[in-house]
Ligand binder design. Structure first.
Ligand SMILES: C[S@@+](CC[C@H](N)C(=O)[O-])C[C@H]1O[C@@H](n2cnc3c(N)ncnc32)[C@H](O)[C@@H]1O
Length: 322
């Protein structure tokens, strides 16, 4: 039986010879499982990805002395950092590929023109691959006339928004994330490129680590609603109730004349039209009013062509007067 079919049926296989053999088997698995077309529904694509990943994880690779036992495999420093006491073990080939990609991004950095230096996301930390929403936030920040004494960056990830704010004259930014890898990543970034203003990474849910009122509460949340199943998923998909909890906390922590600023997109209206728009739903509750929204079409990174309907947005909200 072909390797792809055996993986699909749940058999565990091990790659012993060359990196290329593992990559070829995973390509064959994709062909065998017949991926849905590009135009397929979002949920159909997600279901396929989950099924593919389950089968792909049956393909294993050996690790000895923190090195992958394969010809053609490059060094992966995270094997030593994340598994310091494990001399010999096996891990799924796809996870080895992800560790390799993560190590490269960490060592080489991800270009971040809005900062003027690359970001070095630690393993398991989200880092933006597109920049339109960051450029739009830079535009918003440059025209913001309110106080820059204290901001909270909720869900800081690798820290780009915190560092942009610190660069633009915000004196103190509390950067929260409930992913410990993200908090560690930003702490390392601050050491590498000390910012002009003070940036304090803090582990916790939404605004919980915040103790005093903030002039700016900034949040680039996940943009579509699904139940997240991994650390990376939690940057992209929000569970039910996340926005409600965020706005409850934002109302408590916002200083007089402060602003709540969300980076969002019209993606949810395009791919999940049946779900209530979480910011419009909050505005309808009457606790906040809309100051302005900024919109920009998304450019795809590879071709530079505009995507047809997708737009990134900055939503600026203030407390409603009673
Ligand atoms: C789309 S990413 C944005 C990261 C970063 N601010 C940026 O703009 O590149 C969303 C971030 O929110 C974090 N997050 C999700 N749910 C959270 C929660 N309940 N509390 C704190 N952070 C959360 C994720 O871990 C992720 O880092």
């Amino acid at each position: 039986m072909e390797s792809a079919e055996r993986l699909f049926k749940g058999e565990l296989l091990m790659v012993w010879d060359h990196y290329g053999s593992g990559a070829d088997i995973l390509d064959a698995l994709h062909d065998f499982m017949e991926p849905p077309p590009f135009s397929a529904d979002h949920l159909v694509k997600r279901r396929y990805e989950a099924a593919y990943r389950k089968a792909a994880k049956n393909l294993l690779v050996g690790v000895r002395g923190h090195k992958v036992i394969l010809r053609g495999g490059a060094p992966i420093g995270f094997l030593e950092e994340l598994y310091p006491d494990m001399r010999q073990f096996a891990l799924p080939f796809v996870e080895m590929q992800e560790l390799f990609g993560a190590w490269r991004r960490f060592v080489e950095g991800v270009p971040m023109p809005v900062l003027g230096h690359p970001l070095h996301p630690y393993y398991g930390t989200y880092a933006p691959t597109r920049t339109s929403h960051l450029e739009l936030f830079a535009t918003w920040l440059s025209q913001y006339k309110g106080s820059r004494s204290r901001a909270v960056d909720v869900g800081c990830g690798s820290g780009v928004l915190s560092l942009m704010m610190a660069k633009s004259g915000v004196k103190q930014v509390l950067a929260t994330d409930d992913n410990p890898n993200a908090v560690h990543s930003l702490a390392l970034e601050i050491e590498r490129h000390p910012p002009k203003g003070r940036v304090i990474p803090a582990l916790g849910d939404l605004l919980e680590p915040n103790q005093t009122q903030a002039n700016l509460i900034v949040f680039n949340p996940p943009w579509t609603q699904q139940t997240p199943t991994s650390l990376v998923d939690r940057a992209l998909y929000y569970p039910e109730g996340l926005f409600e909890r965020f706005f409850d906390q934002a109302e408590q922590h916002l200083a007089p004349n402060g602003r709540v600023v969300l980076l969002f997109s019209n993606l949810i209206s395009l791919v999940q039209p049946e779900i209530a728009h979480p910011i419009q739903a909050e505005l309808a509750r009457g606790r906040f009013t809309l100051v302005q929204t900024l919109n920009r079409r998304v450019k795809s990174t590879k071709s530079g062509k505009s995507r047809t309907k997708e737009k990134v947005q900055v939503w600026e909200l203030e407390r409603a007067s009673r």
